[in-house]
Design a protein around this ligand. Structure first.
Ligand SMILES: Nc1ncnc2c1ncn2[C@@H]1O[C@H](COP(=O)(O)OP(=O)(O)OP(=O)(O)O)[C@@H](O)[C@H]1O
Ligand SMILES: [Mg+2]
Length: 184
């Protein structure tokens, strides 16, 4: 019976070769904060960002909050931008109605806070979610669409690694690759 099926397999029309998949990781070099700001501008311009969860990794002082501030500015948020260190989360809304939640889990320790403070609901809803120190809420946080890792270098520049973990993240990464000088 197997031989009967062989010709069918051989003559089956070839499916078109899939186009090259978008990169899953990319690296960037930020020489200074102006480069951070330029990247924030490019990211803010992506429509896919509006429902994304971006996890921000890196040591103390790496530049996570600085990047968030530039991103919020690029999204049109004016005025003083508070850091969420003590509140764990700081909500923002852009002039065009995008809700952004900026988390800093550095001091997050009480698992009950996850439900009591409504974090579960925030992640279940739309809007942009940004989280510093996501590892401190591991097991509760969903998989990030984009993991962004910042490492300070000896010359004060920053090496940045982006990793897409979801289809949305891949979309963001592919769009960014078209608009920045990212190295895949
Ligand atoms: N791209 C950059 N180039 C040079 N210096 C930077 C850059 N980004 C941030 N910095 C500087 O690094 C310092 C720390 O930045 P920031 O507070 O954003 O770090 P962080 O990663 O949020 O730290 P923490 O884990 O404590 O929250 C600031 O003084 C800032 O000016
Ligand atoms: Mg910070």
């Amino acid at each position: 019976m197997a031989a009967d099926h062989l010709p069918i397999v051989e003559t089956a029309p070839l499916t078109p070769a899939p186009s090259a998949p978008p990169p899953r990781t990319a690296t960037l070099a930020w020489r200074d904060e102006a480069d951070t700001a330029a990247f924030a501008q490019a990211l803010a311009a992506q429509p896919a960002l509006r429902d994304a969860f971006v996890a921000l990794h890196g040591d103390l002082g790496a530049g996570k909050t600085t990047f968030v501030r530039h991103l919020l500015r690029a999204l049109g948020i004016a005025g003083r931008i508070k850091s969420p260190t003590y509140a764990v989360v700081e909500p923002h809304e852009t002039p065009d109605g995008l809700v952004v939640h900026h988390f800093d889990f550095y001091r997050f320790g009480d698992p009950r806070e996850w439900d009591d403070a409504g974090f579960r609901d925030i992640f279940a809803a739309g809007g942009l979610k940004l989280a510093e120190w996501p590892d401190n809420a591991a097991g509760r946080l969903p998989v990030a669409d984009l993991d962004l890792r910042i490492d300070a270098e000896a010359d004060d520049g920053r090496r940045v690694t982006l990793a897409a973990r979801t289809a949305l993240g891949l979309k963001l990464l592919a769009a960014l690759a078209d608009n920045t000088d990212m190295a895949p």
